[in-house]
Design a protein around this ligand. Structure first.
Ligand SMILES: [Zn+2]
Length: 212
């Protein structure tokens, strides 16, 4: 198998494979399944994997278009960007009056979903953030202040959903542990067993912080 993949074992009954928009391959398998069996399963899916990976690479090679402001990421997918007379995020394109409106447009479109997601993940992580807000940051995706207010970079909504979840869980866990100690990562891992792979993928999106 020429592709690298991450295996996540759990109490599930069947094996399943998924490929993210940035070509991270994840295999979810039952506890009892041997690594060799998983490898065989992945091999049997090689043609399908190749097709999906190639399609994603094509789409992702549009990073050039993102840097040229011809397209813009929404939940990890590049969509055509039109600068014109309205602001809005649609299923197949994004309209902005000017690039200066990118933050308020993303915030207006996604704030409701973000606050719902924070609520759900706060229950899952048994945390209680004081508030949730969105702002523009250079060089960070989110922040948890000393009073447990969570502040997220509006660029978060450009990331694939699973990376958004990672950032939210990361900041929620900071409400319990305000550092990056072993205890902190243990908390993150309890909610997201594959957090290391997610964390590693974050750097793919660092270029966004220089664009807007
Ligand atoms: Zn942190």
């Amino acid at each position: 198998m020429k592709y690298k993949y991450v295996i996540i074992r759990s109490a599930r009954k069947s094996v399943a494979i998924s490929i993210s928009v940035d070509n991270q391959i994840t295999v979810r398998a039952p506890w009892s399944m041997h690594t060799e069996q998983i490898a065989e399963f992945v091999d049997s899916k090689e043609r399908w994997i190749e097709k999906v990976v190639r399609g994603n690479s094509l789409k992702f090679s549009r990073n050039g278009d993102i840097i040229d402001y011809k397209s813009i990421l929404v939940d990890g997918k590049p969509l055509p960007l039109f600068i014109g007379d309205k602001n809005g995020i649609f299923s197949d394109c994004v309209h902005l009056k000017s690039l200066r409106d990118v933050e308020k447009t993303y915030e207006a479109h996604f704030y409701g979903r973000l606050s719902d997601e924070v609520k759900t993940l706060a229950e899952k992580t048994k945390t209680t953030p004081a508030s949730v807000s969105v702002k523009s940051y250079k060089g960070r995706w989110g922040c948890c202040d000393a009073k447990n207010n969570l502040i997220f970079n509006f660029l978060l909504f450009m990331l694939p959903r699973e990376l958004q979840t990672y950032v939210i869980v990361h900041e929620l866990c900071h409400t319990i542990c305000h550092n990056h100690s072993h205890a902190f990562w243990k908390l993150v891992g309890e909610c997201l067993p594959d957090y290391k792979a997610l964390r590693d993928r974050m750097s793919l999106y660092d270029f966004l912080t220089t664009l807007y």
